[in-house]
Design a protein around this ligand. Structure first.
Ligand code: NAD
Length: 341
């Protein structure tokens, strides 16, 4: 088991990575209310049966203010008050919703997460960004508030669909690419064991990834500067996600390769490093080729909420484990995307 702490001016979070952490739920007391992802509740019903639970529906189409409102109503029925601990249990969707509910119900109640997807454990549950979608636009309404704890329960990953698990590996590879060359080497050597959820490898990978996210968030909680590097592969990735039926990590894997190619085209990164990234993404079983329409991709990047004016701030690589953020004018980007597709 690994423990670490995330400290920011807004609050601190205890993060634990290990197996069967759910067995500690009783330490929170019977008054706690669990907001549990519907599939997690169904697959692990016995874990939660002695607790007060509210189901969080699965699927991005339910990550809405309507879902938030219906959870508020259930909390009122349960007579949840200012001292009630809310625990979000699930992947990034359930924890984003639970964090938002907990930060707004009665102007804020204590909350923590049990993260049950790989993407949630290495990324979404850590860092205090909570929120929901609006009219199909992702995470348009939300806030920053740190949970008091995040338990990354590795044993719960066994029921996660393999495609969802592999999708989470894209975010793991991202940390190696942007931050830690040794971690990238470790992933290159241990990918097969990671794919089979070998426990020592899994614990190491989740702990190192979580520690990198903690490091970045502690230096820049509100994403004014350094935290932007976590968007490596995401500008293209989000644009791909909007016009292809792929999972987030699948789009991010492809987006990272395209960002690396762009870095190479701009003379920042040797082509051997682009090949290396492509190789590791492929070894995880993530797609490395997609039929993409460059005009569609460009239109979707224009809609990106992280675009500022006529520029997109692209996270590029200028070496293994090293990033540079470059503003690229939309006028230039169009032809660059045509070159990449
Ligand atoms: N807050 C942040 O910083 C942040 C960062 C990245 C992503 N996100 C958000 O995270 C969400 C994606 O998260 P995700 O990839 O974890 O997807 P998810 O939460 O939608 O879960 C994926 C699927 O797996 C199921 N599931 C979850 N855990 C399971 C388990 N242990 N066993 C069986 N089934 C299980 C869910 O019901 C769902 O069908 C998006 O809404 C995204 O916007 C937030």
């Amino acid at each position: 088991m690994q423990r670490m702490k995330l400290n920011t001016p807004a609050g601190s979070t205890e993060i634990v990575v290990g197996e069967h952490l759910w067995s500690d739920l009783k330490s929170l007391g019977q008054e706690a209310v669990l907001l549990v992802d519907e599939h997690v509740l169904c697959q692990h019903h016995d874990i939660f049966e002695t607790f007060r639970t509210i189901t969080v529906p699965s699927g991005e189409q339910y990550k809405t203010l309507q879902t938030v409102e219906s959870i508020y109503r259930e909390l009122v029925k349960l007579e949840a008050d200012r001292s009630t601990m809310l625990v979000g249990v699930g992947g990034g969707l359930a924890t984003d919703v639970a964090g938002f509910v907990a930060s707004t119900y009665l102007r804020g109640v204590p909350f923590g997460f049990i993260s049950t997807t790989l993407l949630g454990q290495v990324d979404a549950s850590i860092g205090g960004k909570n929120g929901v979608n609006l009219d199909g636009y992702k995470n348009m309404v939300g806030n920053f508030r740190q949970p008091s704890f995040v338990w990354c329960d590795l044993s719960l990953l066994s029921t996660l669909a393999n495609r969802e698990y592999v999708s989470g590996i894209a975010e793991v590879i991202k940390y190696g690419a942007i931050w830690d060359v040794q971690f990238m080497e470790y992933l290159e050597k241990h990918m097969e064991l990671l794919l089979t959820q070998e426990i020592e490898v899994l614990e190491h990978v989740v702990s190192v990834s979580a520690a990198i996210k903690v490091d970045v968030v502690e230096k820049d909680e509100k994403e004014s500067d350094l935290r932007r590097i976590l968007n490596f592969g995401h500008t293209m990735g989000h644009a791909i996600e909007r016009h292809q039926k792929v999972l987030h990590g699948e789009a991010v894997g492809m987006g990272m390769i395209m960002a690396a190619q762009l870095s190479n085209n701009l003379g920042l990164l040797p082509s051997a490093e682009v090949d290396r990234l492509q190789q590791i993404v492929s070894s995880a079983g993530l797609p490395v080729e997609m039929r993409l329409d460059p005009d569609e991709l460009f239109l979707n990047i224009r809609k990106d909420k992280k675009k500022s004016g006529e520029f997109v701030h692209f996270v590029l690589l200028d070496g293994p484990g090293s990033t540079v953020i470059k503003p690229i004018a939309l006028t230039e980007l169009k032809s660059m995307i045509h070159d990449l597709c």
